[in-house]
Design a protein around this ligand. Sequence first.
Ligand SMILES: [Zn+2]
Length: 179
Amino acid sequence: MNCPYCHYHDSKVIDSRDANDGVRRRRQCLSCGARFTTYERQQPTSLFVIKKDQRREEFNKDKLLTGIRKACEKRPLPTGTVDKLADDIEAELYHQSKSEIPSTTIGDMVMESLKKLDYIAYIRFASVYREFADITALKQEIDNLVSNEVKAPRPVSQLPLLPAEELETADRRRQGSRR
Ligand SMILES: [Zn+2]
């Protein structure tokens, strides 16, 4: 670890203590004398994903992120939502401290999160991930969503299922009041 101030390559440890999940070391640069802190953490062991065809593939967060991003494309979600979702799922996967995880488990986790976030993104992700055989299966899934929504009030954070339609109605209302 180079000195953050003068980039000298060597330092001495002046204090060392256990932090939550690693070791915190107070160091002093041997060249300029500046003090800085380093944290030593254990690297999570590599995680493998078991695909549907039983092939193993190292877990790739970028791939996860791409899938979620595609599903959320052009949805009015707050900045950072997609990244946070991927971060949370990654953290949970490593937290399970297994070396292998079926891809279906990860898919289910994404589906659960998207369902709470945005129905359109959820349906988009589901249509790729579940490979709906035909339009009937897709309609069934949407019907389930809609009937659940009637039973339970929509969570505050949930965006309307058909925003375009709602906007249209609002537009018509506004036009009407102008007359
Ligand atoms: Zn230095």
